[in-house]
Design a protein around this ligand. Structure first.
Ligand code: SF4
Length: 189
């Protein structure tokens, strides 16, 4: 979901006419075709609006579908809720000293999976209002799907499970083993 601050940044950048905008399939935005001599103006705006700074790795790799209120098939929130949930997950990563890991996290409002939640190392699939299947075991490169680890759980249990899983990962992961590979080996192999 684009914040007011981000909208203002994009509006002011577009007014300068220095860059084009490329939207990627991972919901990222690439600012392209910026002339070298104009780069400082874009960097100034990025700093002014605090874009791309002080964002956790988890938040950077997060993705969701539109879900409520846009999609009539949605059973639960996704794009409006995932940023809030990430704010609660980030301290758990810090607690277990794994906040520098590039763990992918995605959420969709129903099992159709438009936000490709089945390819996330931590996937959430909405099943009812405020209720999600927690999916684990995918790899972050999109070559292995995740599987259901816990069905139909709400936020308190989600945070409790992730706290447990991050602790387990920190304690038992092999050298350079990603969270997705660890979850797959531990629970589904
Ligand atoms: S995953 Fe479901 S809720 Fe999300 S956009 Fe697709 S159909 Fe709608």
């Amino acid at each position: 979901m684009v914040s007011k601050n981000q909208k203002e940044f994009l509006f002011n950048l577009s007014k300068l006419g220095l860059s084009d905008f490329k939207f990627t399939c991972n919901q990222n935005l690439i600012l392209g075709e910026i002339a070298l001599e104009d780069k400082w103006q874009v960097e100034k705006l990025l700093t002014q609006y605090n874009i791309g700074q002080n964002i956790s790795n988890l938040r950077q790799s997060s993705m969701s579908c539109v879900a409520l209120p846009t999609c009539p098939l949605a059973l639960a929130e996704a794009q409006r809720y995932l940023p809030e949930l990430i704010t609660k997950i980030e301290p758990l990563l810090v607690k277990h000293k794994i906040d520098q890991e590039d763990i992918s996290i995605r959420m969709t409002g129903c099992p159709n999976g438009c936000g490709r939640s089945y390819l996330a190392e931590i996937g959430f699939v909405g099943t009812a209002p405020e209720e999600y299947n927690l999916m684990l075991g995918a790899d972050r490169y999109g070559t292995r799907l995740n599987q259901i680890y816990k069905s139909k759980i709400k936020e308190p249990e989600i945070l409790q499970e992730l706290d447990y899983l991050f602790g387990l990962y920190k304690k038992e992961a092999l050298d350079h083993e990603t969270f997705g590979d660890f979850s797959f080996r531990k629970f589904f192999n």
